[in-house]
Ligand binder design. Structure first.
Ligand SMILES: Nc1nc2[nH]cnc2c(=O)[nH]1
Length: 450
């Protein structure tokens, strides 16, 4: 609990998919928990009085002239331990990458000092990239996963964290596999631990890594834990040819149906990727109210296909964006907004120039930057069912301040040429870490200084 805060400045947000709103010279009042109480534009009858009240009470932060506040990003798919592998090992298929590079790296998190070095750096990196909410896969290790929760709490990042469950000796190496009992007990113990922290910022997540890495007994047990504890669930779904076909061979059905059968497809499930889902499975995802973490950059390296994003949005599936560190070699949701637009264009146009335009791509698959901005902010929040992602009453003030004039920044604005929408479009397409001057979570400054 802190004191109430308020902010005056220019805010951009996307309250609905495909639409943006500009709040110029607006006053946003928050309560002591950092939730937005009121959004007052200059033409509101109570604006002047409220402004002076906040000023006199010493609660007002006036954002510097020429800066813009955006909602903080929700990154719906991060492998926390893989941060050390960002930009490496991108030239082999998923199944080789996991066995040769990723599992050996993750096994090292048995060492807590190794884990601390990585997790401190990761959380700092994400916060300074504007990511205020992170959905994390950790590792199998109880202690290192608890450490990640502690670090997020200390640094002030909103985080949903899962101890990874993987007990299938046929798919997991002997140096990085656990018993079914350890997977289930460990998951439950981590949930209890996080809940004992009594923090609104950190939530536990039931995390079967993917169907291949889990036995049916573990999947069943994890479904049961998710139901009893009312937790979020995260897993990978129909990511690549190999992975999708593995599940078809083993269970005779797609990942989505299989997860559903184990009680793992709920209103609080986030499926990473979902590239190969059939229309029927997309309908099932919609009907269960589950969300999808679309990871466009990672998909270029590991997925053999492009997620049918537009089709999913038209069906009403809740979708947000994920970096998929380190399948995607960038910790930035800005990069992933750009890749979401670009990959949707590739899907729309098709990529084989030898084919006639008429049958080269899948028509009407493209999205624009407005939709990408929604996915990165409120779309991600909706998929997680968290009150963040936009500047609306009742939501937490999780935000990032963009300074287009930052000396080493990458945004080029022209006062006389750029409309408000142009400014936001330029931010979406060209902002970099150097332009992110300040970041707040629940109205508390976590990056930059006030
Ligand atoms: N991209 C990706 N896919 C996976 N499937 C199972 N584990 C992983 C992982 O760590 N990254």
């Amino acid at each position: 609990m802190t004191t109430p805060r308020s902010f005056k400045g220019t805010f951009f947000h996307a309250p609905v998919c495909g639409g943006i709103e500009v709040l110029r010279d607006t006053l946003i009042r928050c309560d002591a928990e950092g939730r937005i109480l009121e959004v007052l534009r200059p033409d509101a009858p109570t604006y002047a009085e409220a402004l002076s009240e906040e000023r006199v009470a010493g609660r007002l932060e006036t954002l510097p002239e020429g800066t813009y506040a955006l909602p903080g990003f929700c990154d719906l798919h991060i492998h926390a331990p893989q941060w050390l592998q960002l930009g490496k090992a991108l030239d082999v298929p998923l199944e080789v990458w996991l066995q040769k590079h990723t599992f050996p790296l993750e096994a090292r998190y048995a060492d807590l000092s190794f884990a601390r070095r990585a997790y401190e750096g990761l959380v700092d990196d994400l916060l300074s990239n504007g990511t205020t909410t992170a959905l994390y896969f950790a590792t199998q290790h109880q202690d290192a996963t608890r450490l990640l929760a502690d670090i997020c709490l200390t640094k002030g990042q909103r985080a949903l964290i899962g101890k990874v469950a993987m007990d299938n000796p046929e798919q997991c190496p002997d140096f990085y596999v656990e018993s079914t009992d350890a997977a289930l007990r460990g998951t439950k113990a981590f949930i209890d631990h996080v809940r004992s922290l009594n923090s609104d910022l950190i939530k536990p997540v039931v995390t079967p890594r993917f169907i291949a890495s889990c036995t049916d007994a573990a999947l069943e047990g994890l479904g049961d834990i998710a139901r009893r504890c009312g937790c979020h669930v995260q897993t990978h779904c129909s990511e690549s040819d190999w992975e999708h076909n593995y599940v078809l061979d083993r269970h005779g059905r797609e990942d989505t149906d299989s997860l559903d059968r184990f009680g793992l497809l709920t209103r609080h499930t986030v499926l990473a990727h979902a590239n190969f889902i059939s229309d029927a499975n997309m309908q099932t995802i919609h009907d269960r109210g589950a969300g999808v973490a679309h990871c466009p950059l990672s998909n270029y390296y590991f997925s053999n296909a492009v997620f049918p994003l537009k089709r999913a949005l038209e069906k009403g599936v809740r979708v947000g964006l994920g970096t998929d560190i380190s399948g995607g070699p960038s910790a930035s949701i800005y990069d992933n907004m750009r890749w979401a637009v670009a990959s949707s264009r590739a899907l729309h146009d098709g990529v084989d120039a030898r084919l006639h335009w008429d049958n080269r791509g899948i028509r009407d698959s493209q999205i624009d930057w407005r939709t990408a901005f929604y996915l990165a902010t409120k779309g991600g929040a909706e998929a997680l069912d968290l009150p963040v992602g936009s500047f609306e009453p009742g939501r937490y003030f999780d935000a990032q301040l963009i300074d287009p004039q930052a000396p080493t920044g990458t945004i080029r604005l022209m006062d006389d040429l750029d409309s408000d929408a142009d400014v936001l479009q330029k931010i979406v397409y060209t902002a970099s870490k150097a332009n992110i001057a300040r970041v707040w979570v629940a109205a508390q400054c976590v990056v930059g200084s006030v």
